[in-house]
Design a protein. Structure first.
Lengths: 113, 114
């Protein structure tokens, strides 16, 4: 069955520290992977996506993610977190012409001053 | 105002009443999605439209839920005989052509069933 797991419900990091949010997926075909961010009171915004090619993808706001097929993972990283990054982050998987998308349950990021 | 628009933004209703939620996708986007987000949980896929047709309705949680789309534009999600477990934020998203294209999300309708 298709699914996405985000093992960390809440994460707290200090401003300026590095960040890694974990995402593991289960998918029967070539996955297309996405990270979305939902800031308080705002809608979901796409951070980055992976379709094919280079397994390290760059996104907006200084985020990057690495696709590791052998580990079925697509972890999100940022070298130095800013207070404005405090939000909820969702990993999602879908497939080409397979139009049902599966979202993880989200990871809430808190940023300490 | 080129984003996905949903209305109402908030809806409070009594158990047993019917509710209708509206989504205006980005103009020209042929694919439209409905999701449900319960408090503290991830997004739950409900239904997908390509144009005016919905090839996959398997995500609708019960026969009290229905959705339609007209003119390859506006979509409505209707919940009949609402139950307390229907309380959630209902999110709509659209994309240019479905498939692997990123979705653009609306701000959602927060539905509260008393």
């Amino acid at each position: 069955a298709q699914s996405v797991t985000q093992p960390d419900i809440h994460i707290t990091v200090s401003e300026g520290a590095s960040l890694e949010l974990r995402c593991n997926y289960s998918y029967g075909a070539t996955p297309y992977l996405f990270w979305y961010v939902q800031s308080p009171g705002q809608g979901l915004q796409l951070l980055l996506k992976y379709f094919s090619g280079d397994t390290l993808v760059q996104g907006i706001k200084g985020f990057e993610a690495e696709f590791k097929r052998s580990q079925s993972s697509f972890n999100l990283r940022k070298p130095s977190v800013h207070w404005s990054d405090a939000a909820e982050y969702f990993c999602a998987v879908g497939g080409y012409n397979f139009n049902k998308f599966y979202f993880g349950s989200g990871t809430k990021l808190n940023v300490k001053p | 105002g080129a984003g996905v628009s949903q209305s109402p933004s908030n809806k409070v209703t009594e158990k047993g009443k019917d509710v209708e939620l509206r989504c205006d996708p980005i103009s020209g986007h042929t694919a439209l999605y409905w999701y449900r987000q319960r408090l503290g949980q991830g997004l739950e896929f409900l239904i997908y439209f390509q144009g005016n047709s919905a090839p996959d309705k398997s995500g609708l949680p019960s026969d009290r839920f229905s959705a339609e789309r007209t003119g390859e534009s506006v979509s409505t999600l209707t919940i009949q005989r609402t139950q307390q477990e229907d309380s959630a934020v209902y999110l709509c998203a659209s994309s240019p052509d479905g498939g692997n294209q990123p979705q653009h999300f609306g701000d959602g309708t927060r539905l509260s069933i008393l």
